[in-house]
Structures are given as structure tokens and as C-alpha cells.
Design a protein. Structure first.
Length: 389
């Protein structure tokens, strides 16, 4: 087989890139190791920056989002049992949209199918070859048969555990990492959320987050230890612990029910530089991970794709490689700022097992300053709604 761009991974990064390139007349083949249903069953991010919404529109996959997504003009942060609102709209003129990653993925898959662009699910043993040459090749196995695709470029959109980053020789890659000493226990429930906006909670028993996917489906998180398992947390125990960490009004409004999904995610900051090796370009979680506290993971995948799609379109339409040369630098400048914001939010809102009395006082002072300073709130708001790209 032969195509222009092979895209490895059918997450938001791969699907979005596929749409933007196909719409510009660039041929792609998308390879995904899991089945379509498996990909659609994963519950992950849910808060979209305006930039990500605009890209989904450009990709022809934004119609349902505009019908069903919830526009949020602010968020609340609770500390010492009192909630404080950060008004994104008033401070930045911008908003965010609550729309599940699963839904955005489905819309992008449907849009790709409508264009008739090829997607190969359950493509196993994907391997990348001759990446430094003008003719990279991608091999995979499907239904017991082996296949090879010749192409010009490979987009490594296959997430943190994918094959793309591992295909770059170690000496050509620099990685930076912080692993946090806790995880997030998440629960999804078909009940209305406690409040119309998200509530981030810093509590002596640990962080909590009241989030949502719609006005009838809520997503809640509790900071948990890394050695805990989902089986340690029957629904009743989860609801009891969540109620303890909420302010009295939120606890009163909490509607509990049987969970429809429950999982534990470890928290990590990670960046691999540069995001290019020959004609392989990394995007999204394949190159970087943020702790979910700043709601940046999916949004960073989108901004990478904005840069990468523009660079590939420039390469094919104008014959210039300048955009591709500049891609890592451009993308990384924004990534590191989102890494900083996600690290800062994590630092400010969680209880760290090793923290001293001094650390605790610093955290309290940081929050006190945030609640009392318009400048500090503006800094949070402009990062939360997304830095420009
Ligand atoms: C459990 C969990 C919860 C999260 N919650 C949040 C949240 O609340 N807020 C937030 O902002 N972000 C969250 N994130 C992060 C967010 O979901 C990711 O940043 C986002 O999915 C990145 O998109 P991506 O397309 O780069 O990678 P992915 O969505 O990971 O997609 C990569 C795709 O590549 C496929 N793949 C992997 N290896 C191969 C291979 N060898 N061959 C072929 N295909 C392969 C995978 O199956 C997957 O479909 C969460 C992530 C996880 C894992």
C-alpha cells in the first residue's frame, strides 16, 4: 500500500489530524491497535478549550458538540469548606466547553467514515521503518496477515504507551518526568452534577473534583493512594468519602447512584523532546503527559495537531518544509506552559504525603492569594481557557 501520511493511533490527536489532512486533499491511512468499540469505551477527558472546539469545527466534527456541549463561564475552587468562583468569561472573555472525549472521538470517527478515508482497527504489531529516509514504511499485522505501507510522513499519535516514541533511538530523545505520589479514583454516574460548574476541592483528606459530562451524567474524582485498587472502593465508600470532602451545600446536592465506570489513573508530568525524528512526528500523549488537574491533556493533543496539520498542508500545497522544521519548537513552547500550569494546579490542590508544615502553609497562602487577587485569578483563567495558538 502507499499513502502520503500514515497516522498511528485513533485517539483525538490521530483522528483530528486525519480529518484536517483529508479535508485538505492529503491522503492518510489510520492504524489503530484496538477495536473501534474499545476506543469508544474509554472514559477520559471532558473539558475543551475554545481552540479545540474551533479545530473540531474545522474538521467538520463540531455540530453535535455545539448542540450537546455545556459552555462553562467559570469554575469553583473550595478550600477550608468555602467555595470561590473563578469567572473565566469576565477575566478573559473566553469560556470552556464540557463535552466528553468519548463523544468527540465518536464524532471524529463518523466524520472520517463520511469522507471514506481508510481506518484500520485491530492493526497489531505496528512497526516503523526507514524513518530518516524520504520513504518511511509502516508494517502491521491484521487477521493473521502482514502488511506494509510506504509513505512520506508518519504521525505518531499513539499515546504514552505507543510504538512511535519507542521507535526513536534513545540517544536522539530527551525525556523529562515527574511522577506524583497519588492517583485519581474516578467514577461516572448517571445522575445530575452537584453544581452547574466544576468544583475543585482542596481538603485535609485529599483532593476531590466534581465534574460532569452532561446535565444528567456526572464524573467525580477523589485523590487516592497509588497502592489502592478499584476493588477497595465500592460505590458506597466512594460516595461517603466524597461527601466528607465537599462543602455542606455541595454535599447536600450530591446525588449518588450505581457507578457506570470506575477507574484509577496515576498522575504524571512527562515531555519527550524533540517531537520529530526524520519523517516521524509525535503529537499528543505520545510526546507528553500532564496530570489531569488543569484539564489540558486532550487540549494539548489538539494544539499539537493545529501546528502539525498546518505544517503538513504547507509541505504538500506549497512544497515548503519550513513548518515541519519549526513544528517541535512551536509545539513545545506551548506544551511546556501547559505542563507548568498542570503541575501548579496539582501542587496547589492536592495533599502531598511528604509535605511539611511549611509546605502546607505555602499552599494555604497560595490559595488565599488566588482568592483575593484579580491578577492571580486572571493568570489561572487565561491558562485554564487555553493559551493562544
Ligand atoms: C485514564 C485517563 C483519564 C484521563 N482523564 C483526563 C481528564 O480528565 N482530563 C484531561 O484533560 N485529560 C485526561 N486524560 C488525558 C487525555 O485523555 C489524553 O491527553 C488524550 O487522550 C490524548 O489524546 P491522544 O490522541 O494523544 O492519545 P490517546 O487518546 O491515548 O490515543 C492513542 C491511540 O493510539 C492507540 N495505540 C497505542 N499504541 C498503538 C500501537 N502500537 N499501534 C497502533 N495504535 C496504538 C491507542 O489504542 C489509542 O487509541 C486522561 C487519560 C487517561 C489515560
Amino acid at each position: 500500500m502507499r499513502t502520503q501520511v500514515v497516522i498511528v493511533g485513533s485517539g483525538p490527536a490521530g483522528l483530528l489530524l486525519g480529518q484536517l489532512l483529508e479535508k485538505a486533499g492529503i491522503a492518510t491511512i489510520l492504524l489503530e491497535q484496538k477495536s473501534k468499540d474499545y476506543v469508544l469505551g474509554r472514559i477520559r477527558a471532558g473539558v475543551l478549550e475554545q481552540g479545540a472546539v474551533a479545530l473540531l469545527d474545522e474538521a467538520g466534527a463540531g455540530a453535535r458538540l455545539h448542540r450537546e456541549g455545556l459552555v462553562h463561564e467559570g469554575t469553583e475552587i473550595a478550600f477550608s469548606g468555602v467555595r470561590h468562583r473563578i469567572d473565566f468569561k469576565a477575566l478573559t472573555g473566553k469560556t470552556v466547553t464540557v463535552y466528553g472525549q468519548t463523544e468527540a472521538t465518536r464524532d471524529l470517527m463518523d466524520a472520517r467514515a463520511a469522507l471514506g478515508a481508510p481506518s484500520i482497527y485491530e492493526a497489531l504489531d505496528v512497526s516503523l521503518h526507514d524513518l530518516e529516509s524520504e520513504r518511511p514504511r509502516v508494517r502491521y499485522a491484521k487477521d493473521g496477515k502482514n502488511f506494509e505501507i510506504a509513505c512520506d510522513h508518519v504521525a505518531g499519535c499513539d499515546g504514552f504507551h505507543g510504538v512511535s516514541r519507542r521507535s526513536i533511538p534513545e540517544e536522539r530523545l530527551r525525556t523529562y518526568e515527574r511522577v506524583y505520589p497519588f492517583g485519581w479514583l474516578g467514577i461516572l454516574v448517571d445522575k445530575p452534577p452537584v453544581s452547574e460548574e466544576l468544583i475543585y476541592v482542596n481538603h485535609a483528606r485529599g483532593f476531590a473534583l466534581c465534574s460532569m459530562r452532561s446535565m444528567t451524567r456526572s464524573r467525580y474524582y477523589l485523590q487516592c493512594r497509588l497502592d489502592e485498587h478499584v476493588e477497595d472502593w465500592p460505590d458506597d465508600k466512594f460516595w461517603e468519602e466524597l461527601a466528607r470532602r465537599l462543602d455542606p451545600e455541595a454535599a447536600k446536592n450530591l446525588q449518588t447512584g450505581a457507578s457506570i465506570e470506575k477507574s484509577i489513573a496515576p498522575l504524571r508530568s512527562f515531555v519527550a523532546e524533540p517531537m520529530r525524528y526524520g519523517n516521524l512526528f509525535l503529537a499528543g500523549d505520545a510526546a507528553h503527559i500532564v496530570p489531569p488537574t488543569g484539564a489540558k491533556g486532550l487540549n494539548l493533543a489538539a494544539s499539537d495537531i493545529a501546528y502539525l496539520s498546518a505544517a503538513l498542508i504547507e509541505r504538500y500545497k506549497k512544497g515548503s518544509s519550513a513548518g515541519l522544521e519549526a513544528y517541535p519548537q512551536k509545539a513545545l513552547a506551548r506544551i511546556w506552559k501547559a505542563e507548568r500550569f498542570s503541575w501548579w494546579m496539582t501542587q496547589m490542590l492536592h495533599r502531598f504525603p511528604e509535605s511539611s508544615g511549611f509546605d502546607q502553609k505555602m499552599q494555604g497562602a497560595e490559595l488565599d492569594y488566588l482568592f483575593s487577587s484579580k491578577a492571580a485569578q486572571t493568570a489561572l483563567a487565561e491558562n485554564y481557557v487555553g493559551l493562544p495558538y
